[in-house]
Design a protein around this ligand. Structure first.
Ligand code: FMN
Length: 479
């Protein structure tokens, strides 16, 4: 079932009609980005740009590997029309069947090797993604691998990286990311460089795991194996003490420098705005670039949803949030992260509602590594994946005074939240709000308004009669 590499996945996407090969020459300088954005905004296919201006034939860019639910389903080996709930369930179930990786000696990702003075990031077709970006981004849909020098724990994360010079990259891991926390707690105190590998072009499930907010100590490569139903082959980097997926298209090896920073950004960010500024990024000194022959650089042209970021985060954040709420004893039933809400709006359905539960939910969402600005809590009698039902509940059940609870904080807000002022974003000052769209716990059953729907207003005898006669009304086959 598992795709052995990105190329197998591309072949399958092409067969299912979910990928278009663009053979006409395109410019890495915004043309690739503009085409990709327009296609995302029409929920169109993945795009394989096969001829990039200034680059040898065969050097390609793949935009949007999992920017639709169909492509996520296909990556998981599910039928392409699987529902979002089915995709969530398959991801959650498979992920936990962890499979250990296998170490190999020779790897496709090391077919071509640049080290020392040969290292030149501009030999890869890093695009200028959006007009207004601070530079060319070589890392968007990547896997960034670092190691805790004390415990040996390996972190996989997805963080963007911009080209700075031919052997320097700059990135912007948020302060709450594992990369930033590892650098701050383990390497900076010793003034030691942190080995890093920035990997592009793996089969899609490995990248999805990199977006998943696992806790420190969790072995993400084993989760990727579980999701694939097959181990991930790993190979030793050429110049750093790190293991990378052998089937990757491109690996950028280097060190995060402890004593230097460099300008990074701005960038068209995942919430759908250029909500950040040029700021101080971490600086990576490249020590090697290895790649397959005819490398394919994976790209996600972030912006307004849907794109890989809003779709992948919908899946990985929802499962992490559900588990987190369960750990805190919240009677959570399901969590839905609508891609249109770019992880800034979450829907939580609960077994029993009321203001106490809404408060518990808010406490979880204001915890340091979660930090979501808007949460709607709904009762279990509605489908949280159906935004028609969610908006109906929000409009009718959330009391405009008593049903809204706000929590303010400073020093830990998400700096990319567009509705926070520039000053608030700089000071990481923000707020979260919970909209309680559940019935109050102290209302007697009789005082709860009866929902006026086919399911809830009619007696069973009437419903049964209508269903039994459905075809005879001339209303089609199945009732
Ligand atoms: C396309 C994409 C780009 C991302 N870029 C960044 C980034 O530059 N910095 C960051 O802190 N998080 C970024 N994220 C979010 C992280 O990948 C996510 O929070 C993940 O859990 C980080 O791994 P960690 O929990 O090991 O820190 C990005 C996510 C996606 C899908």
């Amino acid at each position: 079932m598992a795709f052995s590499d990105l190329r197998e996945f591309i072949t399958m996407l092409e067969k299912s009609g979910d990928l278009v090969r663009i053979k006409k020459e395109v410019d890495w300088d915004m043309e690739v980005g503009a085409i990709s954005r327009r296609v995302f905004e029409q929920a169109g296919p993945a795009l394989l740009f096969e001829k990039i201006k200034d680059y040898p034939p065969g050097y390609a860019i793949l935009n949007g590997p999992v920017a639709t639910w169909r492509r996520v389903a296909l990556a998981l080996g599910l039928p392409p029309n699987s529902s979002v709930r089915q995709i969530y369930a398959a991801y959650e179930e498979r992920r936990d069947k962890k499979i250990k990786p296998v170490v190999v000696k020779a790897a496709p990702c090391q077919e071509n090797v640049m080290t020392g003075s040969e290292v030149d990031i501009y030999r890869l077709p890093a695009p200028m993604v959006h007009d207004g970006d601070g530079g060319r981004y070589v890392g968007t849909w990547d896997i960034v691998i670092t190691k805790d020098p004390e415990t040996g724990w390996i972190n996989w994360g997805m963080y963007r990286f911009m080209t700075h010079t031919q052997n320097l990259l700059t990135g912007w891991p948020q302060a709450t990311s594992q990369l930033a926390m590892m650098m701050k707690s383990r390497y900076l105190p010793l003034n030691r460089p942190m080995p890093i590998a920035i990997v592009a072009g793996c089969e899609s499930l490995c990248h999805m795991v990199a977006t998943d907010p696992f806790k420190p100590g969790e072995n993400e490569v084993e989760y990727a194996g579980g999701l694939r139903g097959a181990p991930v082959d790993l190979v030793q980097c050429k110049t750093q003490d790190l293991m990378v997926p052998a089937h990757a298209e491109i690996v950028m090896e280097g060190e995060v420098l402890p004593d230097k920073i460099a300008h990074e950004g701005p960038f068209g960010e995942y919430p759908g705005y250029r909500s950040g500024t040029m700021s101080e990024g971490v600086l990576v000194q490249l020590t090697a670039i290895t790649h397959r022959t005819n490398p394919i650089l994976t790209l996600s042209t972030l912006g307004v949803p849907p794109d890989d970021s809003s779709i992948a985060a919908s899946l990985t954040a929802a499962i992490a949030m559900k588990r987190g709420l369960q750990r805190r004893g919240v009677p959570v039933r399901e969590v839905y992260v609508p891609p249109e809400g770019v992880t800034h709006l979450i829907v939580v359905s609960v077994e029993r509602g009321g203001s106490r539960v809404a408060r518990q939910v808010l406490d979880f969402f204001t915890a340091r590594r979660v930090m979501v600005s808007k949460v709607i809590v709904v009762d279990k009698d509605l489908d949280p994946f159906d935004m028609n039902q969610v908006i109906h509940a929000f409009a009718t059940k959330c009391h405009p005074a008593k049903g809204i609870t706000v929590e303010h904080y400073e020093g830990r807000a998400n700096a990319l939240t567009p509705c926070f002022s520039a000053d608030e974003r700089r000071r990481l000052k923000g707020a979260s709000v919970v909209f309680d769209a559940t019935w109050p716990e102290d209302w007697e059953e009789e005082s709860i308004p009866v929902k006026s729907s086919f399911e809830t207003t009619y007696r069973d005898a009437v419903k049964e009669k209508v269903l039994a006669n459905w075809e005879s009304y001339g209303l089609g086959g199945k009732s």
